[in-house]
Structures are given as structure tokens and as C-alpha cells.
Design a protein around this ligand. Structure first.
Ligand SMILES: Cc1cc2nc3c(=O)[nH]c(=O)nc-3n(C[C@H](O)[C@H](O)[C@H](O)COP(=O)(O)OP(=O)(O)OC[C@H]3O[C@@H](n4cnc5c(N)ncnc54)[C@H](O)[C@@H]3O)c2cc1C
Length: 560
């Protein structure tokens, strides 16, 4: 490419978080370029948990059903079960629904059910590949995979980005830059921003250095797992602990096991042997790859924004995988940042908008990283008494002890409060309006008190696409008129028009929705958060519009 390429937003990193940011910007009509060092998405498995909020983001983009098609086989339960060996004693089981059962639950859900998009189990590598394919079809996204960002410089008017691919160097000029470049973020390090928090959790198992081993075993599911179908199989005994994760309909699996402290990767033979011993049977295994990772981390960048640059996803926070919160928190970052960048690029966002991304999302990163680490502590506290594999009364007692411990761990696979309950009560963009529900990782209480995710309801008897309240929101702000009362909202609409703020007025006459919201009017942001509520238009609608779009500047300011 010759000369300087102009673009609205430059995204460094084409992992799930960068791809989602590009897709949201595309939805809002904003042009972006997305750079990724590798020419394609990585062909190695990571997490399999796409939580309800992430699925709501996919729904907003109109791709939720296509992402759902990447799930484990539709009728397979997603149980998590624990064994001494897979051919030994079963210690316990969390029964969890298949994708088909989840869809049936949605079809039968009550009008005000809060989970229009249940959590999905599908490996990240399949979903990332789909997101990249989809991004390549979008008119506002320039995909530069196989192209690394090597330098950037921001100034009053924009950011100059230098990148390099096999065909040479290229220069881009963007209004904003998003660093979605993962845990070793080049963007974060260039800004000299450090992570704070916990770098590891020392434990002989499921703490510190770990291995993820990707392998193929054509007979494993058929011969050893099909009788007890599930998603996650734990092996716990005094000699070993690992978790075996099913990835697709038959042959491919992932094992997480303790790594060596001297960072030497395992050998294929050694891992195959460990897996066979944990299963308790000889079977053909071919190893596809090993990747190191660290369990127990809970790290958050000291700042999420600097000038015209924002850090997003793992670049801003690093999780231990317990609970499956890492990517999901990053996806929520993208949803929060995308509309703010769109507002700034399109000229209706105020000067406080980019800073509000940090004000709103950094506390959520702190909250969620700590929640994951607490779940990790339950995991490492799991006992494995020496006699637990014995067929004796003492062996039975030992197994009961381990089973009893499992009752502390079920929340790892649910945590609906973490998924849907993130709140921005202290944000300068939120117009206070009542007492927020308590923060609770385990439960989610729908509330229209400004600062939280808008409560969900179904608008008709169907439960398909277009039947959710979420499917009827505008791309900008939405003013929801609830309960069929003809409250005069013309002054609010006029204030939005004056500031060029995109605003859709949506009538929701259903009494159940009015009861759920407990108010006649709710102003909802593009990221589906309630910004304001009331029973009549505010006394000063212009001031409200200025507040919710970041024109009333408050909060932390950073010197650069
Ligand atoms: C074992 C394990 C299990 C996990 N399970 C889950 C789970 O179930 N649910 C969940 O939510 N999370 C899970 N996670 C976390 C999840 O994988 C990460 O949070 C997620 O991948 C972060 O996405 P990202 O887009 O921020 O960064 P990444 O996925 O790391 O992507 C960053 C991208 O940036 C590119 N890049 C880096 N530098 C540059 C540069 N200079 N120029 C251009 N490109 C660059 C990289 O090549 C990479 O493709 C798990 C993690 C691990 C290790």
C-alpha cells in the first residue's frame, strides 16, 4: 500500500474482542481497519464459554443463531463430571443442559424472562474463525490479517499507525486506536501502562504454570464417554489432576494439566501417557499441540485509556479461566467502547466519552478478575486423599469427602450475576434514579435503575428473532415508552435532534413490561444500558442528553 490510508478507527489485534469491536463499529456505520499479526485466526482451542451477555452482543449483530450453530452437538448435555479416573469412580456431576434443551427453555420462557440468549458452549477457535469470515463480508471493515502494528503515535487530531506485512510497510491515519492485542499487548507496553493485581496463585495443581494440550482421539468419545455424555470431565486422584474438554462431535479434545515450573513444554509421549492413565485405558491419541498458560492471575491495567487510545480485552485485563469470564469481559468492553467511538467519530459524542470507557469498565474488570480467582481457590482446595481410589470403606469415605467439596464449585458453571449484573452506577454518563440492586455474582436481579443492563422482556408470543425487546432498539439511543401511557416525550426527542444524537422512540404497551421497569420512560444507550428513567420528560432534556453522551465532563483525567 502506498501513501497514508485514512480510517476512523484502527484496531490492533484480531482476536475475538477486536473482531467484535470491528463488527459493532460496522453496525454503527463506522469504518475501521483491523490488524492481526497472524494471517488467520489461531487454530488452537481456548475457552468454550460464551456467556449470556456475549450472546446478546451476537444477537444485536444479527449473528447469534449462526454462532449457536458452532456449539457442541445440539443434543449433547453439557454436564461437568468428576472421576478418580474416567474408567474409575464417579465423584460427582453438575448436570447442565444441551443446546437443544436451552432452546426449548427459551421457547417456553415467561414474558419477562431475563435470558433470551443462554450461555453457549462452543470452542473459541470455531467462533473466532466465524467472526473473521463474517468481518470479511462487512462493508465498513478492512481486514489486515498477517500485518503487525509496529508503532503508533497519537496527537491532537488523530493517531498515526505503522504496520508491516510480508508485502512491506504501511501507514494509516485514524481518529482513534483500540489495543485489542492480548495479554502481551504491544499497545499497552508502548504506553508504559502496567498491569496491577495477582500474577499467579501458587498451588501444586490448577495454579501457576499450566499446559493446554490439543489432541485427537478417534475412539475416546465412543468407547469411554458416550455412556455419560457431557462437556467437561475432571480426573482427580492423588497422582494426577486434569480436565478433559470435548471440542466437537467426536474426535477432538483439550486437556488442561499442571505444567512444569521450569517452563519446559511437555513431550507428546509424556502427555499421551498422562491422558491414558487418567482415562484408565489404552487408546490411540495424536497430539496436535501444547500451549502454556498461567492459572490464578487477576491482572488489570492501571489505565484503560490514554489520549486517543483505548485498551480492550486481555490487553486491559487478564483472567484465570475459572468461570470463563476472560473473553466475555472483553466482549462487553467492546460493546461499551464501540458506541462511544461511533459517537465521537460521528460528532455527537462529548469530550468525556472516551474517558467514561475506563470509568465504567475498569471496575468491572477488577470485579470479574477477582470473581474468577475466588472460583479458582475452590478448585485448588479440592482434596485428593491417598486412599480415594481404594475399593474399601476408607476409600468410600475419601471419595465422599471429595464429593462434598464439589458443592462449593457449581457456581463456576453459572454465575449469572457476573454475566448480566455489571453496573456503571458511578459513571458520569448515568443519571442517578433509585437504589441499584446489590452486586451479586450468583444472582441477577433485573432493574431499570439507571446504570445497569436494561431488563429484558419478550414482546409477543413468539420467541424467535424480532420477538425480544432487544431486537427493536435503535442503533443509537432508544427512548422506551412503557405501558401505553401517552407521556409527552417531544422535548427529549427535540434535545436529541439538536445534538444530532440518534434516538429511536419505541412504544412498549405491554403491562408486564411496565411492571418490570416500574416507570413510564426509560432512556437506553446503544450498549443496552439504562442511562435515565422517569415518568415524565426531565425538566432539562438538553442537560440530560449532554450528560448521557459525555458532554458534561467529570471523572478522572490523565495527564499525558
Ligand atoms: C486455557 C484458557 C481457557 C479460557 N477459557 C475461557 C472461557 O471459557 N471463556 C472466556 O470468556 N475466556 C476464556 N479464556 C480467556 C480468553 O481466551 C481470552 O480472554 C481471549 O482470547 C482474549 O481475547 P482478545 O481478543 O482480547 O485477545 P487475544 O485472543 O489474545 O487476541 C489478540 C490478537 O492480537 C494479535 N496481536 C498481538 N500483537 C499484535 C500487533 N502488534 N499487531 C497486530 N496484531 C497483534 C495476536 O496475534 C492475537 O491474534 C481462556 C483462556 C485460556 C488461556
Amino acid at each position: 500500500m502506498d501513501g497514508i490510508n485514512n480510517i476512523s478507527v484502527a484496531i490492533v489485534g484480531g482476536g475475538p474482542v477486536g473482531l467484535l469491536l470491528a463488527l459493532f463499529l460496522d453496525l454503527y456505520g463506522v469504518r475501521s481497519v483491523i490488524f492481526n499479526s497472524d494471517p488467520e485466526v489461531r487454530r488452537h482451542p481456548k475457552g468454550s464459554t460464551h456467556n449470556s451477555r456475549t450472546m446478546e452482543h451476537h444477537r444485536r449483530l444479527g449473528i447469534a443463531s449462526r454462532v449457536r450453530d458452532l456449539s457442541l452437538p445440539i443434543n449433547r448435555p453439557t454436564d461437568v463430571s468428576y472421576y478418580t479416573r474416567l474408567t474409575g469412580w464417579e465423584l460427582g456431576r453438575f448436570p447442565l443442559p444441551s443446546e437443544a434443551e436451552k432452546r426449548r427453555a427459551v421457547a417456553a420462557a415467561a414474558t419477562t424472562d431475563q435470558i433470551p440468549e443462554p450461555l453457549l458452549r462452543a470452542n473459541q477457535m470455531y467462533v473466532e474463525a466465524f467472526l473473521l469470515r463474517y468481518a470479511r463480508t462487512r462493508p465498513n471493515i478492512t481486514v489486515r490479517f498477517g500485518c503487525s502494528v509496529t508503532a503508533f503515535q497519537d496527537d491532537e487530531a488523530g493517531v498515526t499507525v505503522e504496520a508491516r506485512s510480508h508485502s512491506g510497510a504501511e501507514t494509516w491515519r485514524a481518529q482513534y486506536l483500540a489495543g485489542c492485542d492480548g495479554g502481551r499487548s504491544f499497545v499497552r507496553r508502548s504506553l508504559a501502562l502496567r498491569y496491577h493485581g495477582f500474577a499467579k496463585l501458587d498451588s501444586p495443581h490448577y495454579g501457576g504454570r499450566m499446559n493446554a494440550t490439543y489432541f485427537r482421539a478417534p475412539t475416546l468419545y465412543r468407547d469411554h464417554l458416550a455412556q455419560r455424555p457431557g462437556w467437561n470431565y475432571w480426573v482427580v486422584n492423588p497422582h494426577m489432576r486434569f480436565v478433559l474438554i470435548t471440542l466437537n462431535d467426536a474426535e477432538e479434545f483439550l486437556v488442561f494439566s499442571k505444567g512444569s515450573d521450569d517452563a519446559v513444554p511437555p513431550t507428546d509421549e509424556g502427555m499421551s501417557e498422562l491422558i491414558r492413565r487418567g482415562i484408565g485405558a489404552d487408546l490411540p491419541i495424536s497430539i496436535l499441540g501444547h500451549w502454556p498458560w498461567t492459572a490464578g492471575v487477576a491482572l488489570v491495567a492501571e489505565r484503560f485509556t490514554a489520549g486517543r487510545v483505548a485498551l480492550v480485552g486481555d490487553a486491559a485485563h487478564l483472567f484465570t479461566p475459572t468461570g470463563g469470564f476472560g473473553m466475555n469481559t472483553g466482549m462487553d468492553d467492546s460493546s461499551n467502547l464501540a458506541w462511544k467511538l461511533a459517537a465521537l467519530v460521528q460528532g455527537w459524542g462529548g469530550p468525556g466519552l472516551l474517558q467514561s470507557y475506563e470509568t465504567e469498565r475498569r471496575p468491572i474488570a477488577e470485579r470479574n478478575t477477582i470473581a474468577a480467582r475466588e472460583l479458582n481457590k475452590h478448585l485448588i482446595a479440592m482434596p485428593a486423599p491417598p486412599e480415594m481410589e481404594d475399593d474399601t470403606p476408607d476409600g468410600a469415605t475419601a471419595r465422599r469427602l471429595v464429593s462434598a467439596h464439589l458443592s462449593t464449585m457449581g457456581e463456576e458453571f453459572a454465575s449469572i450475576g457476573v454475566q448480566l449484573g455489571a453496573r456503571y452506577d458511578d459513571s458520569p454518563l448515568i443519571a442517578a434514579g433509585g437504589a441499584p440492586p446489590p452486586d451479586d455474582y450468583v444472582h441477577y436481579a433485573p432493574s431499570s435503575v439507571p446504570g445497569g443492563r436494561m431488563p429484558h422482556c419478550w414482546l409477543g408470543p413468539g420467541r424467535g428473532y424480532d420477538d425480544s425487546l432487544f431486537d427493536h432498539l435503535g442503533k443509537g439511543f432508544t427512548l422506551i415508552r412503557l405501558g401505553g401511557k401517552p407521556a409527552d416525550t417531544s422535548s427529549l426527542a427535540a434535545a436529541a435532534r439538536e445534538r444530532h444524537v440518534p434516538l429511536k422512540v419505541l412504544e412498549v404497551p405491554a403491562p408486564e413490561a411496565r411492571d418490570l421497569y416500574g416507570c413510564d420512560l426509560a432512556l437506553v444507550r446503544p450498549d443496552q444500558y439504562v442511562a435515565w428513567r422517569g415518568n415524565a420528560s426531565p425538566a432539562d432534556p438538553g442537560k440530560l442528553m449532554a450528560r448521557v453522551t459525555g458532554s458534561i465532563r467529570c471523572g478522572v483525567h490523565h495527564d499525558r
